[in-house]
Design a protein around this ligand. Structure first.
Ligand code: SF4
Length: 199
């Protein structure tokens, strides 16, 4: 089953309002193009992304082993599916690990580290908040970039949480009022380009 890209109904916000929960994966995608969450939440044609994610899973065990060794940490839990209903998000957390008496979310990325990966930062903040809701008092998220063997720690500072909230609000606004196609240089390499033309 594909995690993170299936839409589902849930209670979010006040107890009287019902709206769809947003998969945390879409926070990352939003930074690539703000139209992607609108496309995914309104389309069942997400096969390209599915295959990409499935291929990613094949290398995940190996990546996790390398990350755990490098961090000198222990795995506490893995593949935790959780929600944060007030924020209106859900997601599957790769791992919760213990390192030097503190718990952290461990997020694996089979890419090289680039400082411009803002999407990774705010997806990680979302996972920290979801993990805490699931009963894991994590201090931060640690992202392991497999290709460059780089470790980046993301703290859930107020500034990071504020930005995450503004992204979630923007996604919800676009889901309500629509989000037109943006012609950009990224369209040529976008995994959603074919679906984008249909919606
Ligand atoms: S094809 Fe272009 S406008 Fe459409 S989702 Fe991708 S980047 Fe955004």
């Amino acid at each position: 089953m594909r995690h993170g890209l299936n839409t589902r109904e849930g209670l979010a916000g006040s107890s009287s309002s019902i709206r769809r929960l947003i998969p945390a994966t879409l926070i990352k995608e939003y930074f690539f193009c703000p139209r992607i969450p609108y496309i995914v939440m309104n389309s069942s044609h997400v096969q390209e992304e599915f295959h990409f994610m499935e291929r990613g899973k094949e290398v995940e065990r190996d990546l996790a082993k390398k990350a755990i060794e490098k961090l000198n940490a222990q795995i506490i839990a893995e593949k935790i599916e959780g929600t944060h209903e007030e924020l209106g998000i859900y997601g599957v957390i790769d791992y919760v690990i213990r390192k030097e008496n503190a718990l952290h979310v461990l997020e694996l990325k089979n890419t090289s580290y680039k400082e411009t990966f803002l999407g990774h930062r705010f997806q990680a903040v979302a996972y920290v908040l979801i993990a805490r809701r699931c009963g894991y008092p994590v201090r931060s998220a640690i992202i392991y970039y497999g290709e460059s063997e780089t470790i980046v720690e993301i703290l859930p500072t107020w500034e990071n949480i504020r930005t995450l909230l503004s992204v979630i609000n923007a996604i919800n606004r676009f889901l309500k009022v629509g989000m037109p196609r943006i012609k950009s240089s990224r369209c040529g390499v976008c995994s959603y380009r074919h679906i984008c033309l249909e919606i």
